[in-house]
Design a protein around this ligand. Structure first.
Ligand code: ACM
Ligand code: ZN
Length: 524
């Protein structure tokens, strides 16, 4: 059995079936659009004109996103939703190796009943630090769909680039999407590669990608990071900052370079005290919401320094006017204002766990828990009825070296720790892997960091029952030819499953201090 994520219930039956014998396709009209994928995946088997049937019917008793799949003389799929029927096709696609060349379409007979553990099965993509473009993103979505992932969290803005067209503020992309070069050689280096980076999505592009994802059961949650990680916007519109100094789109990824030129504020926060900043943010939200119909909006909210607010007359005046205790509460006040604005558009605000710092946040916000340590604010948020998405660093930061977080770490994730208890089960929407791209400049490197971690993520998100690392690894080996057929270069076991502690320590030190490509180059 080669299916990833592992189905909840799989019964192998005697015998095999030849998909080339299928000559009739019957799909209930509820599943409008599904026929396109039946042709895309299996068309190459069907053109022989057999007398067997592939049937997709409605069964309202099946869980949302769940399905049953009977591979017998005929192939029968039942589901209550389009997504469920689509996932049955993904299972059959994997079982039949439909993406591979020279395959015979012969599949073991079986009965499958399947449904997801979590409703939020997310994958993130940072296109600010490096820009990969529309065709890459569509492929990313295809691969997510194959793994039954259903939320693409698209990180579109940060200090190093603004990647989405906002018609009211054209300089965001005219200036903010371009930088001269990129930091290389790890967090402690001030070296650069001398190569310019640019690129952004037009509003038409974004809508096209949203529609492409929707057909594959995926919602896109855009992230416009605020109030910090905002330097690309400052480069375009300096008045958005407390101190209106001219800045460039950041080419560096950590604090080392700014420190080396005597500048402490590597990641500055927008000026919350100026009404023009709030108007800018509402205007941007208006245009983003037009492009992205998902019921969630990610506002980042992470790593927001408070220094500039302390010395800003506008921010201090607002603190006084609103009776806030300090700058942390100012952050909370800001997030609550944005949350209220989003609520008028029927959107729920999502933010990284730092949004809870002010302890004055509305509990309707969804918190993405990423920090490596325990955050008691997250515990309190859950206890007051708030919801979370889990992206804990150790398990789900796929930009990190495998020597630091080997594949088995991701696979072994279990949700109840660091303040989360089984009684919070219904408040855990799900899990999400992140792909930050400070040290990922090419699609090849990105795929190396992501695969086979995406397989472990999808298993964690879909099926937490009877986990068994050895069984998973064996199934993964059966699955890997599909990655190869899809043109995905994945990390080999020698890298992704490295065990020797000395080897790990050496690779990690090299990765952090000198060469972020050390593992990627070893994989070649
Ligand atoms: C984060 O990694 N700053 C969310
Ligand atoms: Zn200010």
């Amino acid at each position: 059995m080669n299916v990833i994520p592992k189905p909840q219930k799989y019964q192998q039956k005697q015998g095999k079936v030849d998909l080339k014998g299928i000559g009739k396709i019957e799909i209930d009209q509820k599943f409008d659009g599904l026929a396109e994928f039946v042709q895309e995946y299996f068309g190459k088997f069907f053109d022989k004109g057999g007398d067997k049937t592939l049937k997709v019917t409605v069964d309202e008793a099946i869980a949302k996103e769940g399905y049953s799949l009977d591979v017998d003389d005929d192939v029968s799929i039942a589901a209550s939703s389009y997504e469920g029927a689509f996932y049955a096709l993904q299972t059959l696609r994997i079982m039949s190796y439909a993406d591979c060349k020279d395959v015979d379409g012969i599949v073991d007979k079986c009965h499958i009943e399947d449904k997801p553990e979590f409703s939020w099965r997310g994958l993130h993509l940072d296109e600010s630090r490096h820009f990969f473009g529309k065709e890459f993103v569509k492929k990313y979505i295809d691969m997510m769909a194959m793994h039954k992932l259903n939320v693409l969290h698209w990180h579109l803005t940060d200090d190093q680039g603004w990647r989405i067209e906002i018609k009211k503020y054209p300089l965001l992309t005219e200036i903010g999407s371009k930088r001269e070069k990129s930091n290389i050689h790890g967090w402690h280096s001030t070296d650069d590669d001398g190569t310019p980076v640019s690129g952004f999505y037009t509003q038409e592009d974004a809508k096209e990608v949203v529609e492409y994802a929707q057909k594959r059961g995926i919602i896109i949650v855009p992230e416009i990071d605020m109030p910090a990680h905002f330097q690309a916007a400052f480069a375009a519109y300096p008045h958005l900052a407390c101190r209106e100094k001219k800045v460039e789109v950041a080419w560096y990824f950590g604090g080392k370079y700014p420190l080396s030129i005597g500048q402490k504020d590597w990641n500055r926060s927008a000026c919350i005290g100026k009404p023009t900043t709030m108007q800018f943010i509402y205007d941007v939200i208006d245009e983003i919401c037009e492009m992205f119909p998902a019921p969630y909006f990610h506002i980042g909210g992470d790593e927001a320094p408070k220094e500039e607010w302390k010395n800003c007359e506008h921010c201090q005046a607002l603190i006084k006017e609103k009776g806030l205790k300090d700058e942390k509460q100012l952050q909370g006040y800001f997030i609550n204002q944005v949350q209220k604005y989003l609520a008028t558009k029927n959107k729920r605000l999502l933010g990284w766990n730092e949004v809870l710092e002010g302890k004055n946040l509305d509990s309707s916000v969804v918190v993405q828990y990423w920090v490596p340590t325990l955050d008691v604010n997250v515990k309190n948020h859950l206890n007051s009825g708030g919801q979370v998405v889990l992206s804990k660093h150790k398990y789900f930061y796929f930009d990190m070296p495998y020597a630091q977080y080997p594949l088995q770490t991701t696979y072994s994730f279990q949700p109840y720790f660091d303040g989360i208890k089984p009684c919070h089960k219904d408040s855990v929407l799900g899990v999400e892997g992140t792909v930050w791209t400070e040290w990922i400049a090419t699609p090849e490197k990105l795929n190396f960091q992501l695969y086979p971690r995406m397989e472990a993520l999808s298993e964690v998100a879909w099926n937490q029952n009877e986990k068994n690392w050895k069984e998973f690894k064996a199934r993964l080996d059966e699955f890997k030819p599909i990655l190869t057929a899809c043109g995905i270069g994945y990390a080999k076991d020698e890298i992704s499953c490295v065990r020797n502690l000395i080897t790990r320590a050496k690779r990690r030190a090299k990765w952090y201090n000198a060469d972020e490509n050390v593992e990627f180059d070893l994989n070649k």
